[in-house]
Design a protein. Structure first.
Length: 128
């Protein structure tokens, strides 16, 4: 158990990095683990873990992630190596590529959607 009686992350799992509501990050971003965005990101990114863009959060730029759950706004292309979940509150203006995708009714996706099935989405090796 961790502090205050809360369970510690599973062995090998890392706690997510957090960009809080009301915060804005400008520049290219790289995360070695999970990332939770509650604020605004303006730049491209690589997330080597799960990307969560919360309701009301925004990402302006292209982003690559291992897995992703989107409830906020993305203006740019999203490339996910594994599973992508798009909630009913999501607004995405850009192309989506993922191994598997779940898009809830009510979500707005203005771009091409490419689901690769059993093959991992091709990741760009270009650094951000």
């Amino acid at each position: 158990m961790g502090l205050f009686g809360k369970r510690s992350p599973a062995k090998g799992a890392s706690a997510p990095s957090l960009l809080g509501a009301g915060s804005e990050f400008v520049g290219n971003l790289r995360s070695t683990g999970p990332l939770l965005v509650n604020g605004i990101v303006k730049g491209d990114g690589i997330v080597n873990g799960e990307l969560t863009v919360s309701r009301g959060a925004q990402w302006h730029g292209d982003v690559q992630a291992r897995t992703a759950t989107i409830a906020g706004t993305i203006i740019g292309n999203l490339e996910v190596a594994g599973a992508l979940k798009v909630s009913s509150t999501a607004v995405i203006h850009g192309n989506l590529t993922a191994r598997g995708a779940s898009i809830a009714p009510g979500a707005v996706v203005d771009g091409e959607v490419r689901v690769t099935g059993g093959k991992a989405a091709a990741a760009s090796s270009a650094p951000v």
